[in-house]
Design a protein around this ligand. Structure first.
Ligand SMILES: O=C(O)CCC(=O)C(=O)O
Ligand SMILES: [Fe+2]
Length: 426
């Protein structure tokens, strides 16, 4: 199904959930050169170190316009400062999930890389192995008790165990506060300052726009709460995997339509349990529409030559894939290419929300980490890639621990890790 025509945007509230909000424009700097920021291989894979590049060097700059709204989004900060917050890492101990490792998502081009080693291997739950793939970032895990050993009975048993362990419901929030840790006032003030600065928009390359700090804390809280509620119900978060036992190292929930990693296709129900994906909440779509409009304005103003719509076409999402990455989650370089040919040809954008811990998002024109560029996506950031950038390879290199806004964690009890929502139109 292709809903095709754009939404009416009239009368919707602004991205920070308020009507009548005042909008002003501010100038920010942006790197002049479009030359790739090469991924620092020394930080790759196992080191877990953070890149010092941060959200791209902000020194070398060209001017772009940014949309600024004096935000009331930190209204919870004062309250939160008085609250005490649980140590998330400790809390995770009791609810640790088995997806500690590299993520591997296959779509089209990547499917050839999913073949496991032919040699017999048995793994314990949480076992992990690399199949010596073209790129080691994309090592995959074998799920709990999966055995690649001989007998077919054993294989059936293993498959059942696999299904059982990987279709278990996953809660993106921790159940209750065990003990509390006071957030530092400094930290809360830093968040407050960040929030009141408004959100700079950045044209990364044609068709690719990053709206920094776009979703207010209140909106992020709403999104987490809604995702948690949906994620615990029918069609909620689960550990996706492939027929051969390889797992994606993230939890996934599809809204609107199901995306099946085993076939790389969309469908109305989820094959492994027959569940129907929840609908995309109306408010989520409103944020998407507003983000598209703001990106189009940004592109039009910064290029002067093009109409914003030429670079970022309108899109009406009927699919949202929600991923939850724990601290060690990753996602290999892939293209989003399972939407309809029409959607892809028209360059209808993928719109991505980041919430929780920051992520090192890598992207490029080739499936090559050495040539990939990197952008740190922080909580509240919205990234769009459509038009000429619709077919970029992209993935998540690492999750940066303990970087989620404290207020968000206090308000939602979000688990350590990152929630990402990508909206698309089939
Ligand atoms: O987590 C992200 O930022 C990217 C997710 C993604 O590429 C996908 O779900 O296809
Ligand atoms: Fe993707």
């Amino acid at each position: 199904m292709n809903n095709g025509e754009g939404w009416s945007s009239g009368g919707r509230r602004g991205p920070r959930g308020r009507s009548n909000s005042k909008e002003t424009w501010q100038i920010v700097n942006r790197p002049k050169s479009e030359s790739p920021v090469t991924v620092d291989r020394s930080l790759d894979e196992s080191s877990g170190n953070r890149s010092s590049r941060g959200s791209r060097g902000r020194g070398r700059c060209r001017t772009v316009q940014v949309y600024v709204e004096k935000s009331s989004q930190v209204s919870n900060v004062g309250k939160a400062a008085q609250e005490e917050v649980k140590s998330q890492e400790d809390g995770l101990g009791s609810t640790k999930q088995p997806d500690e490792g590299a993520a591997f998502k296959c779509s089209g081009d990547n499917s050839d890389l999913l073949q496991p080693s032919a040699s017999p291997v048995s793994r314990e739950c949480e076992g992990r192995m690399s199949f010596g793939l073209a790129n080691r970032m994309e090592d995959v895990s074998l799920c709990g008790q999966v055995s690649m050993s001989s007998t077919s009975d054993k294989k059936v048993e293993d498959r059942n165990a696999w299904n059982e362990s990987n279709t278990r419901v996953f809660d993106i929030c921790l159940e209750k506060k065990v003990f509390c840790l006071k957030s530092s006032i400094l930290e809360l003030n830093r968040e407050k300052r960040r929030a009141t600065k408004g959100y700079p928009g950045i044209v990364i390359r044609p068709g690719m726009v990053l709206l920094k700090n776009y979703l207010s804390i209140n909106d992020q809280v709403m999104i987490v709460n809604k995702c948690r509620e949906l994620g615990l119900g029918e069609g909620g978060f689960y550990q996706p995997g492939y027929g051969d036992g390889a797992l994606l190292h993230l939890k996934m929930m599809c809204l609107g339509r199901n995306w099946d990693p085993q076939t790389s296709r969309y469908g109305d129900t989820r094959p492994h349990d027959g569940s129907v994906p929840p609908k995309i909440p109306f408010e989520f779509n409103q944020f998407v529409q507003k983000a598209i409009q703001d990106s189009q304005s940004l592109v039009a103003t910064s290029s002067k030559k093009t109409k914003g719509e030429d670079e970022i076409p309108c899109m009406s999402p009927d699919i949202c894939i929600a991923n939850f990455y724990t601290s060690t989650g990753r996602l290999g370089l892939h293209k989003d290419k399972d939407e309809s040919a029409n959607s892809i040809q028209k360059g209808l954008p993928v719109v991505s929300f980041s919430i929780g811990d920051s992520a090192e998002f890598v992207y490029g024109d080739q499936r090559d980490y050495d040539k990939a560029e990197m952008e740190v996506l922080e909580s509240g950031d919205v990234l769009l890639f459509g038009g000429k950038s619709r077919n970029i390879f992209h993935g998540v290199r690492s999750i940066l621990k303990d970087t989620a806004p404290k207020v968000l964690v206090q308000e939602t009890n979000l688990r350590p890790g990152r929630l990402n929502l990508t909206f698309r139109q089939y």
